[in-house]
Design a protein around this ligand. Sequence first.
Ligand code: URA
Ligand code: SF4
Length: 224
Amino acid sequence: MSEASELDEIAREIRSCTKCRLHMNRTNAVPGEGNPKAEVMFIGEAPGENEDLQGRPFVGAAGKVLTEAIENFLGLKRSDVFITNVVKCRPPNNRDPQDDEILACSSYLDRQIQTIKPKVIVTLGRHSTRYIMEKIGKQFRSILAERGKPIKADLGYGEVVILPTLHPAAGLYNPNLRKYFEEDFRTLAGLLGRDKDKDKRPSIFDFLNGPRARGKEGNSNVLK
Ligand code: URA
Ligand code: SF4
């Protein structure tokens, strides 16, 4: 089966999945999206409200930060990479996913990884970082301790580099953390061999103040 049809099959199973309690409140499951042969895969935590409504990952405020980082900082398109989450259905009121939910959902993520065979996996925040680190037999301490340090690993299909970073929402709501997120994307650019334009790169969070932030709903909208 091609990578694309394998991913379609996984997505189909996710949309009808009832393996954990999160299926009860979902509007749409959010399997993930992107290039079936992506070199880089981003793994977030769980769908939020906008993602649940649209059935697509990272389309709300945190998604604006991630999209900015991918498109204007790295110079890639969202469709070049693959974006997904540890759990595929929205937890009520955006609470943290629970261990049994992560466990129940993990076979979908594992199969997506084995299908795409990314060279780099960027884990966004503590849930996906902890999941992947434990999978490769490393102890997770805290996201601030692990972020920014690439880990070479073997997930069964060849070498992959795991790069833990903060969740994009962390930078959105805490300006003191933005420098770390940006530093880690600089590291990612280096891992992908995309560091030639490093001096021309905009700051990832500049868009919050720039003209692109001022849509018809006004500037404050990006922070909601
Ligand atoms: N936060 C996440 O972790 N994932 C999404 O898809 C959206 C927000
Ligand atoms: Fe199934 Fe995962 Fe959704 Fe739980 S979160 S119902 S395991 S797809």
